[in-house]
Design a protein around this ligand. Sequence first.
Ligand SMILES: NC(=O)c1ccc[n+]([C@@H]2O[C@H](COP(=O)([O-])OP(=O)(O)OC[C@H]3O[C@@H](n4cnc5c(N)ncnc54)[C@H](OP(=O)(O)O)[C@@H]3O)[C@@H](O)[C@H]2O)c1
Length: 283
Amino acid sequence: MLKILVTGATGNVGREVIRLLLSQDCNVCAAVRNPNSAKQILGSNIQSVPFDFTKPDTFERAFLQVNKLFLVRPPALNNVRKQIAPVLNAAKLAGVEHIVFLSILGAERNPFVPHSKIERYINQLGIKATFLRASFFMQNLNTTHREDIKARGELLMPAGNGKTSFIDVRDIAAVAVRTLIEDGHQEKAYPLTGAEALTYYEVADIFTSVLGKSIRYNPSLLKFVRQMRSSGLPMDFVLIMIAIYTTARLGLAGNITSDTQQLLNRSPLTIRQYVEDYRQFWL
Ligand SMILES: NC(=O)c1ccc[n+]([C@@H]2O[C@H](COP(=O)([O-])OP(=O)(O)OC[C@H]3O[C@@H](n4cnc5c(N)ncnc54)[C@H](OP(=O)(O)O)[C@@H]3O)[C@@H](O)[C@H]2O)c1
């Protein structure tokens, strides 16, 4: 039976991938740093193996008899040569046949982002791969921005009046599972977006209407930096977020593709649907 190893299994996308793979005819294994806390998140019936990108002694056991790998780069690991390449070398050595990698929209045009370096390294190793180049996650709004929305009724991000083609991680996971299970997706790269591009003013209106309380959009860069720093986020992470929101402000994050729709045979989830499904996060 096909054995699929899922990294980032306790994260936004990975946990959905695990959930969906459990109903497929395959052997799914979560590669996790802490099997006990992973069980609490993923359920006690999930098979897991200890794995840490920064601990090479965990690689051999994790990749034992693995056919396919769902690869998530943990956001804190930016040094591809030191922190990701050794994992890919181990995957190659273990005979992994196919990697589905969670990449980022536009990776092919920006050689400096880690995702682009990872894509190139996978190709260099000659492992067959599918690159899922995802747009901005809706779920950033119930993780990174949750407290701003919940406690202060504010969407605080320096994105000006630019539009973003948000995607729901549940759709990314559904695409990931299809590309892992089905033939025909090797050596392909899919740019994945939602079906609509919205400004944060429009997103705030949707929050207000669904939650039944006023949520305002505040595009102040200064307040954004102060707020992120006071919530304990490191400066390099804040700078990356500023770069991402500047892309949106400049009108470069609003492109919509049809790949998600084609791969799922249905419309991608909308922001309104997402806010309805996740409403308890902000109440
Ligand atoms: N956010 C966006 O809008 C967006 C858009 C496109 C692409 N992306 C990319 O998506 C990726 C993040 O995906 P996500 O949001 O699903 O992840 P996430 O929720 O940030 O979770 C990170 C995962 O990585 C695991 N992890 C952290 N350090 C690890 C280590 N040293 N060894 C093994 N596992 C480790 C964490 O496990 P623990 O439980 O052990 O902490 C967790 O499962 C990033 O590469 C990001 O650039 C994000």
